[in-house]
Design a protein around this ligand. Structure first.
Ligand code: GDP
Ligand code: IMO
Ligand code: MG
Length: 424
C-alpha cells in the first residue's frame, strides 16, 4: 500500500487542514510527520471552527487512526489542551490517537530559549511562533533531546534535570527575564496525563499497517518555502517540511510514497519576517488580508499578503515531486475585478523563473500578469471560463494537474476537477 502526502507549497497556512479533513475519509491512518505546535490548521465542521496544532486533521473522522510521527516535536501542555478541547466536544481522542515514542518533547526551557533568542535578534527576528520549535530540533540534532518514550522510563527525571541544567546555563548568555516554576508544574501535569495515551515503536507500527493494506495520508505542517534546507533561510522553521521528510518523519521507505498533493492559495501569504517577492504592502494587500481573514491561527498575527508567486511554486513542485495541485481560497479573489500572478523575478539585472541562492540580501522585483476574476463560483460546477483560464495557466506553468479548487472554509466547499479520481 502507498502513503499519499498533503503538504503546503508556500509559506504555510495554505489550507492543508481543511483538505486533509476532507480526504481523511478515504484513509485508515492520518499521520503528521514534522513540525509541532507552531502549526495551526483550521477546520470548519458543521459550521463550528476547530484549530489543531499537533493533532492530525483526521481526528474528526470516525474509525480513523491519527498518528503523531517521530518527526514531530510535542509540547505536552499544548497537546493536552487540544485533547481536552476535543474530548469536551465528544471526540473520542483516546481511541483515535497514537503517538510515536521517538517524537521529541518540547520542554518549558525550550520555549524560554526560543523567546530569549528571538528577543536578542532585535530587528532581524525570524518572527518565530515562540513555541520552542528551534531549540527543540537543535537538541534533537545535537543528540540531547528527550523523547516521548522516555516518560515511561525510570530515569526520566534525571534526563529532564540534565537537559534543563544545560538550558539554564545557555540562558545566562541572554539578558532575558523568565519564570520557570509555573511552566514546569503544568508541564509535569501534562506529562502524567500523556502517559494514558497510546505510544508505539514507530517503524513497526507504520510498516505493519502498510503490510496489512492500510491506507495512510501524511499531513505536512508549515510550507516548502519555510523548509530548513530549501526555504528562505534563515527565515524558515527548523524542520524539513517537504515530501522527503515523510520518510524520515514516519519511518517508511521512499518506495511507498504515492500521490504528493501540493496545496497553494490562489494568492499568497506569509506570517513572520523574511523575503516575500510578490508581497503587496499597499491597499490591495490590505484588501486581501481583510477579505481572506488573513490572521495567524497560532499567534493571531496579521499575515502579509500578495499575489501568487509562480517561480516559488515551481521550485516547491520540483522539490516535492507534486503530482496534483489543490488551489484554496479561490473565492477570495472575487473581491477583485482582476488579480495579479507573479510569473518571473527580476534581480541582478536579469528576468528569470529561478530563485536566487540568497533571497534575503537582494532586491527582487516581481513581474506580474493579470487575470479577470470569476464572480461567484458554482459549487456543483462547471467552473466559469475565467477560473478555467487561471487553472489552465497554472497547470501549464507548473506542469502539474489541478485536482481541486476550494471555494470556502467549509468541509464540502470544494470543486473536484478530477470527478472523484484524485486518488485513483
Ligand atoms: P493550514 O495551516 O494550511 O491548515 O491553513 P490555516 O488553517 O492556518 O489557514 C487557512 C485558513 O483559510 C483557515 O482559516 C481556513 O478555514 C480558511 N480556508 C481554507 N480554504 C478556504 C477557502 O477555499 N476559502 C476561504 N474563504 N477560506 C478557506
Ligand atoms: P501551518 O502548519 C505559517 C513561521 C513563523 C516564522 C517561522 C519560524 O499552520 O502552515 P517557528 O515557530 O517554526 O520557529 O517559526 O515560520 N511558521 C509558520 N507560518 N504557518 C505555519 O504552520 C507556520 N509555522 C511556522 O511565523 O516566520
Ligand atoms: Mg496554519
Amino acid at each position: 500500500m502507498q502513503v499519499d502526502v498533503i503538504l503546503g507549497l508556500q509559506w504555510g497556512d495554505e489550507g492543508k487542514g481543511k483538505i486533509v479533513d476532507y480526504l481523511a475519509d478515504k484513509y485508515d491512518i492520518i499521520a503528521r510527520f514534522q513540525g509541532g505546535p507552531n502549526a495551526g490548521h483550521t477546520l470548519y465542521i458543521d459550521g463550528v471552527k476547530h484549530v489543531l496544532h499537533t493533532i492530525p486533521s483526521g481526528i474528526f473522522r470516525e474509525g480513523k487512526i491519527n498518528y503523531i510521527g517521530n518527526g514531530v516535536v510535542i509540547d505536552p501542555v499544548t497537546l493536552l489542551k487540544e485533547i481536552e478541547n476535543l474530548e469536551k466536544q465528544g471526540i473520542p481522542v483516546k481511541e483515535r490517537l497514537i503517538i510515536s515514542k521517538r517524537a521529541n518533547l518540547i520542554l518549558p526551557t525550550h520555549k524560554i530559549l526560543d523567546a530569549a533568542s528571538e528577543s536578542s535578534k532585535g530587528s532581524s527576528k525570524i518572527g518565530s511562533t515562540l513555541k520552542g520549535i528551534g531549540p527543540t530540533y537543535m537538541d534533537k540534532t545535537g543528540r540531547n533531546g528527550l523523547r516521548v518514550g522516555d516518560i515511561l522510563e525510570d530515569d526520566f527525571i534525571v534526563k529532564y534535570e540534565l537537559l534543563k541544567a544545560k538550558h539554564l546555563q545557555l540562558l545566562q548568555i541572554y539578558n532575558f527575564d523568565y519564570e520557570l516554576s509555573e511552566l514546569e508544574d503544568s508541564w509535569f501535569d501534562a506529562i502524567e496525563k500523556l502517559k494514558e495515551y497510546k505510544q508505539v515503536e514507530s517503524v513497526y507500527f507504520i510498516n505493519e499497517a502498510l503490510k496489512k493494506g492500510k491506507k495512510i495520508l501524511a499531513e505536512g505542517a508549515q510550507g516548502s518555502m519555510l523548509d530548513i534546507d530549501f526555504g528562505t533561510y534563515p527565515f524558515v522553521t527548523s524542520s524539513n517540511t517537504i515530501s522527503a521528510a515523510v520518510c524520515t518523519g514516519l519511518g517508511i521507505s521512499p518506495k511507498h510514497i504515492g500521490e504528493v498533493i501540493g496545496i497553494t492559495k490562489a494568492y499568497c501569504t506569509r506570517v513572520g519576517s523574511g523575503p516575500f517577492p510578490s508581497e503587496l504592502t499597499d491597499e490591495t494587500g490590505e484588501k486581501l488580508r481583510k477579505e481572506g481573514a488573513e490572521f495567524g491561527a497560532t499567534t493571531g498575527r496579521p499575515r502579509r499578503c500578495g499575489w501568487i508567486d509562480l517561480p516559488a511554486l515551481n521550485y516547491a513542485c520540483l522539490i516535492n515531486g507534486v503530482t496534483k495541485l489543490v488551489i484554496t481560497k479561490a473565492d477570495i479573489l472575487n473581491a477583485f475585478d482582476e488579480f495579479g500572478v507573479c510569473t518571473h523575478y527580476k534581480y541582478d539585472g536579469k528576468e528569470t523563473k529561478d530563485l536566487p541562492y540568497d533571497m534575503v540580501n537582494r532586491e527582487i522585483v516581481p513581474t506580474n500578469i493579470f487575470f479577470k476574476s470569476w464572480g461567484t463560483i458554482n459549487p456543483t460546477g462547471p467552473i466559469s471560463s475565467e477560473l478555467q483560464d487561471y487553472v489552465n495557466y497554472l497547470e501549464t506553468y507548473l506542469n502539474t494537474k489541478v485536482a481541486m479548487v476550494s471555494n470556502g472554509p467549509g468541509r464540502e466547499q470544494l470543486i473536484d476537477l478530477t470527478e472523484g479520481k484524485l486518488l485513483a
